[in-house]
Design a protein around this ligand. Sequence first.
Ligand SMILES: NC(=O)c1ccc[n+]([C@@H]2O[C@H](COP(=O)([O-])OP(=O)(O)OC[C@H]3O[C@@H](n4cnc5c(N)ncnc54)[C@H](O)[C@@H]3O)[C@@H](O)[C@H]2O)c1
Length: 513
Amino acid sequence: MKKSTHNSHCTCWNCPAINLAGKVDFRACGQTVEKFGIDGTGAQIMAECKRRPELGLFDPTAITFKECAEWQLTPCGYLLKDMRIMILGIDGYLGWPLALWLGKLGCKVSGVDNYSRRDWVKERGAHTIVPIARMTERLHAAKEVLGIDINFREMDILNRNRLKEFIDEVKPEAIVHYAECPSAPYSMIDFEHAKSVQSNNVIGTLATLFSIHEVVPETSLIKLGTMGEYGMPLTGRPLFEGFFPADAVLKWEGREWSMGGELTPRDPVSFYHVSKVQDTFNVYEACKYWWLRSYDVMQGVIYGVHTDHVAADPRLRTRFDIDECFGTIINRFVAQAVIGFPLTLYGAGEQIRGFISLEDAMQCITRLIAKPPEPGQYSVVNQMSGYCNLRKLAETVAKVGKEEFNIDVKIQRVENPRVESERHPFEPIFNKLPDEFGFQQNENLEQEIRKMFALLMQPHIKSRIEEKKHLILPRTWWSGVKKEVEQIELIENAADRDKREHIHVASTEVNDE
Ligand SMILES: NC(=O)c1ccc[n+]([C@@H]2O[C@H](COP(=O)([O-])OP(=O)(O)OC[C@H]3O[C@@H](n4cnc5c(N)ncnc54)[C@H](O)[C@@H]3O)[C@@H](O)[C@H]2O)c1
């Protein structure tokens, strides 16, 4: 990974280790950074460093991360020495690899989880096809194999008092909030599921925001949203990073207005996505009212199951689900290919999504942690390394399966249980992570797919996929109907390039009917 100093010029103004002090009530509504001259001209706000109290009161813009002995260079930029980072949802697909990743970078990692993801998957009759250890074993292995101590507390983040107490005890300098139910189909099963997803996600985020406000207002919150919050505008309007750019203009009836700085419209695509949009507004408001600092990460679909740390010991592995509710697309495709189950495209299969590998996602989150937002700053980043039409993805999995593992992969088009456009323009803007945070993609899609095949072809994992293959085809329709989808078309030898052209033509014909 490239050594990057994307944050070397940041100053104490961004640092979670300072208390702000001065003549002004800087947490009151409506006060702006510019008003108080924080650009270096006669600042009325002063800082006190919690790590270096001997500095007394000083101008928060005077010391850069590069100059401060508390910030040390790592492959993801300067990081606070022994930085205290709390992961909400630490037992999850992303939370666990992040804990190991940050621990290896020298951070003091703490985390909470109530194991609800394990329960949801069990409720659907499924299991993670890559076996995962219980938390006690995970913690033990992290210490034994990687030398990392993780401060874990089993807890539901909706239990506000317990969450606040733990935050107060740890005083995290950054909080990564993964602790939500991540499934669109799960939220569409029925009223009870929609209710539980929305209350878990929305109230959990509110509990987090109030706890931060009351206990550690200087911490930065890295909150996980999803690209699905934006929907897919059929006008082809680019999916900006949360806000319209400065030169965007609205024209109406011969008049025009600048849209610069306004939140872009959200058009969520399931009750789960609605919970994420609600979170977006709650986090945005909290930053405005209380000068909290947050990056809201509109994350593309994650694929892969590899980081060096999770691969270091079977007890350190992260989960890998393939059922209709909790399996994500590329992971599911590889698992399907391994057991000869035709890869499932919904409807035309021309939907386009943004993607990023597990390892690249870890890098992005670390880079965000390393460059905390300013007090009061709410910023959105679109986190993906590329985007692709789902049919192409299926063909790529088929190609790797054939070329490297001699598997003849089939693709099937099935009825689409979702309400979504199957052909749509898609222009996501995802410049901030590379341009402002030094993110560089390390894993390409084919490499990661190869690694997944190698892991999933192991006999004990292959048999765990076989055991649950009846849970792969969707049964949850957005309409409320409960029935397995039917096949529309079967495409054999999907890895064959000539046939691939044929696939495209065939699907067009089917859809023109
Ligand atoms: N995986 C993806 O492709 C993807 C894509 C976009 C966004 N996201 C978002 O990223 C985050 C993490 O995703 P993931 O794939 O790791 O999901 P996950 O379900 O594996 O992880 C979430 C963890 O949070 C825990 N949790 C949920 N509610 C909780 C509560 N009330 N109290 C305590 N713990 C709770 C779960 O038990 C689980 O371990 C989610 O917010 C998800 O919506 C994921």
